[in-house]
Design a protein around this ligand. Structure first.
Ligand code: FAD
Length: 359
């Protein structure tokens, strides 16, 4: 039924426009039953005599104008050009990042700071970020209690200065006028690094592991399993709905507080027996919480570094509320730990094959 519908459309197209037989019609006369696809690949159009129909005409002589008095005129475009502009790049990215040097889970304040510091320090690394939300930024679009300003305790203001985020100095801490100014600035910097690819609306559903006799649990983390978040939401984490994989010697996880997606990696480590149990985030104590999170951002199991609020779920550290220096510092520290890790291991095709000899 569908075929005959397609054939009749094809007939109408050719009957209106092409007296000479197309390659498809010629082959059809040979009894092969081939009809032209509704959307022929560009390479095919060279051999097919497509006469433009009314809705098929690209007005090539169209004048492109910037005229704000009612004459603003766009350059011409075909719908398939838009589709191909996106799919070609997305496909190339998927192909390229299937083996990455570092995968960052979560583009909140900690994950973005890690990506920034790592990409800046090491332009040779292929850094892939998976963010479950459509909008990267996690909780850092607002300050506490849904207010605008973001408080950052010194010395983490140095990170703000390095990234180029303006702030007001109030002595022991600084204030960014709007948390969104931090997030939008660091996001724009991260996305401009040629060695960073961000997949948003992409949830990490599972971790990839490899046997590793040198690990206390006999396994190491070796990448992530991802899926479009919509698919994950419809079918649940660790579903069998055709996920994608990204192989990497190192995963840096900043999945935030516990929640439907939050604290993803550390919960998965417990579920798979790589970590015994979660400490669960403790009550709020700004003074102790921020130092703790920065200083304890570390490789928690072989191949996986955790920081940000996800670490407080693992270690049972205090929460810190509306002060973000700990998140920035944790991301920065994770980047430093990641470089140490990559420099210390022999890596082949995205997999750790041993440690480098130390002099
Ligand atoms: C929407 C939101 C609003 C918040 N508002 C405030 C506030 O007003 N004041 C305050 O003090 N604190 C707020 N928080 C708390 C906030 O979590 C921390 O202050 C801080 O932002 C934590 O930083 P983080 O980078 O560790 O994690 P987050 O900022 O929570 O970022 C974690 C990121 O990881 C992503 N993620 C999680 N799991 C996965 C997965 N499996 N795959 C891919 N991506 C994943 C999330 O989508 C998120 O973007 C908010 C948190 C959220 C999520």
């Amino acid at each position: 039924m569908a075929e005959s519908f397609k054939s009749s459309i094809a007939f109408l197209r050719t009957a209106n426009s092409a007296p000479t037989p197309t390659i498809y019609e010629a082959k059809d006369k040979m009894g092969l039953g081939i009809s032209p696809p509704l959307s022929p690949p560009q390479s095919d159009t060279k051999s097919i005599d497509y006469k433009p129909s009314a809705d098929n005409i690209v007005p090539t002589n169209k004048e492109i104008k910037v005229n704000w008095e009612g004459g603003y005129t766009f350059a011409p475009i075909k719908e398939w050009q838009v589709s191909r502009a996106m799919t070609k790049r997305y496909g190339d990215d998927l192909y390229r990042t299937a083996v990455s040097d570092v995968v960052i889970i979560g583009a909140g304040s900690a994950g973005l700071t890690c990506a920034y510091a790592l990409a800046k320090e090491r332009p040779d690394l292929k850094i892939t970020i998976c963010e479950a939300g459509v909008a990267p930024g996690g909780g850092a679009w607002l300050g506490g209690q849904l207010m605008s300003a973001m408080v950052v305790r010194k010395p983490a203001h140095e990170i703000l200065a390095e990234v180029g985020v303006p702030f007001e100095d109030e002595g022991d801490y600084v204030v960014v006028r709007h948390a969104a100014l931090f997030t939008s600035t660091i996001l724009s910097k991260v996305l401009q690094f040629p060695n960073v690819k961000l997949y948003n609306a992409t949830a990490v559903e599972d971790l990839i592991t490899r046997a590793d006799p040198s690990s206390p649990t006999g396994v190491r983390v070796a990448g992530v399993v991802s899926n479009w978040t919509l698919v994950t939401l419809a079918h649940g984490l660790q579903s069998c709905m055709d996920p994608q994989t990204i192989t990497a010697p190192l995963v840096c996880s900043f999945a935030g507080h516990d929640g439907p997606f939050g604290a993803f990696s550390v919960k998965r480590l417990v579920a798979t027996g790589m970590v015994e149990k979660l400490g669960n985030m403790r009550a709020l104590n700004m003074n102790s919480a921020e130092d703790y999170i920065v200083n304890n951002t570390r490789e928690v199991v072989p191949g996986l570094i955790t920081g940000g609020m996800e670490l407080s779920e693992l270690d049972g550290a205090n929460r810190m509320g509306a002060t973000f220096g700990g998140m920035l510092g944790s991301g920065y520290k994770a980047a430093k730990e990641a470089i140490k890790f990559l420099d210390a291991h022999q890596i082949v095709d995205g997999e750790v094959v041993g440690r480098k000899e130390t002099a």
